[in-house]
Ligand binder design. Structure first.
Ligand SMILES: *Cc1c(COP(=O)(O)O)cnc(C)c1O
Length: 340
């Protein structure tokens, strides 16, 4: 049996989820007539205390729409240098919205108020106008780290004071909230837009939502159409997401426990030089000196463990809905067997 830990996106819908999908009432969503999508949009907006939910095919699209509606061309987005919006969206913000990025070093992926302050451009014709602060939570590239509510509060207040719009890439926000215990309702007030993903830890096959405040909602819906994200009878997909929100949030704790166990197992393996202590469902480890991460990934694959390369000498493993304790035991045996 292959143990697939490349991402939490590799999950299959459960049979109960499939039943929920088949039972979904559907309609043409571009006409605003898909009851399952309307229900999901309203439910998620209410959860986070936002005015509108907008169902989209992917988190890349929700992020790109957000950056677009919060800015004008030639302006600049401030974000952590490892952010998904900068690294993993094909340069979309430059092409779609004419934006540049100001990259912040961060600490464990967390943007710090001081560096935000130091990187806001003065009002001078030479510089792009600093217009958006984009945070990611959990921070994928840093190993699934989590912002405290206090940190979010401070960054949000600072952005507001300096006239920056505030976006949250919450692809894994439910993982973060399981750790901090913060409620979804309390998060909405810190941001103008929030992107959430249903197809990561929540285990739905497709879908993300862009939650927004009223002032950006109409433009967001327009941009979704412009980018080709206006879908028709997509209520089947919304129903999967709705089911995931009801059933798969609390169980994220299990993924976090298993990630910590993997961290402990890896720390004891002689091919590992460092493990970033897992906080949520992401485990990043560094292979020992003299080992090539690409070749080591092949060695792992040959014993039925799949991960991804995550930078020089770094490998990422992600726990998810389809990874259980039986697989964890098997994983431990296989990893130990890889020791030289
Ligand atoms: C996965 C992910 C997204 C969205 O990716 P899609 O594959 O386009 O749905 C956005 N941000 C982060 C941090 C992610 O991990």
């Amino acid at each position: 049996m292959t143990i697939d830990l490349r991402s939490d996106t590799v999950t299959q819908p459960t049979s109960a989820m499939k039943e929920a999908m088949l039972a979904a009432p559907i309609g043409d969503d571009v006409f605003g007539e898909d009851p399952s999508i309307n229900a999901l949009e309203q439910k998620t907006a209410a959860m986070f205390g936002m005015d509108q939910g907008l169902f989209c095919p992917s988190g890349t699209m929700t992020n790109q729409i957000a950056l677009n509606v919060l800015s004008q061309p030639y302006e600049e987005v401030l974000c952590y240098q490892g952010s998904h919006v900068y690294r993993y969206e094909g340069g979309g913000a430059a092409g779609t919205s004419g934006l540049s990025f100001r990259l912040l070093e961060g600490k464990e992926g967390q943007v710090l108020p001081d560096e935000v302050l130091a990187n806001i451009n003065p009002d001078d014709q030479h510089f792009p106008v600093s217009s958006v602060l984009s945070l990611e939570n959990t921070v994928n590239k840093a190993g699934g780290t989590v912002y405290t509510e206090q940190a979010i509060k401070e960054l949000s207040a600072l952005a507001l004071e300096k006239g920056l719009k505030r976006h949250l890439d919450g692809a894994r926000i439910f993982n973060a909230l399981r750790v901090t215990g913060q409620t979804t309702e309390s998060l909405g007030k810190y941001f103008d837009t929030i992107s959430i993903c249903l197809s990561k830890g929540l285990g739905a096959p497709v879908g993300s939502l862009l939650l927004s405040k009223n002032s950006f909602s109409k433009r967001a819906r327009r941009m979704r159409k412009v980018l080709g994200g206006g879908m028709r009878q997509a209520g089947f997909l919304a129903a999967a997401g709705s089911y995931a929100l009801d059933q798969h949030i609390v169980r994220l704790d299990e993924d976090h426990v298993r990630a910590k166990k993997i961290g402990t197992i890896l720390s004891a393996c002689n091919f590992v030089s460092k493990v970033i202590p897992p906080v949520t469902n992401i485990v990043i480890f560094e292979v020992a000196e003299g080992i090539d991460d690409g070749i080591f990934l092949q060695d792992m694959a040959s014993v039925g463990i799949l991960g991804v390369s995550f930078g020089k000498n770094l490998i990422r493993l992600v726990t998810h809905l389809d990874f259980d304790d039986t697989q964890l035991t098997l994983l431990e045996e296989r990893l130990k067997g890889l020791q030289k």
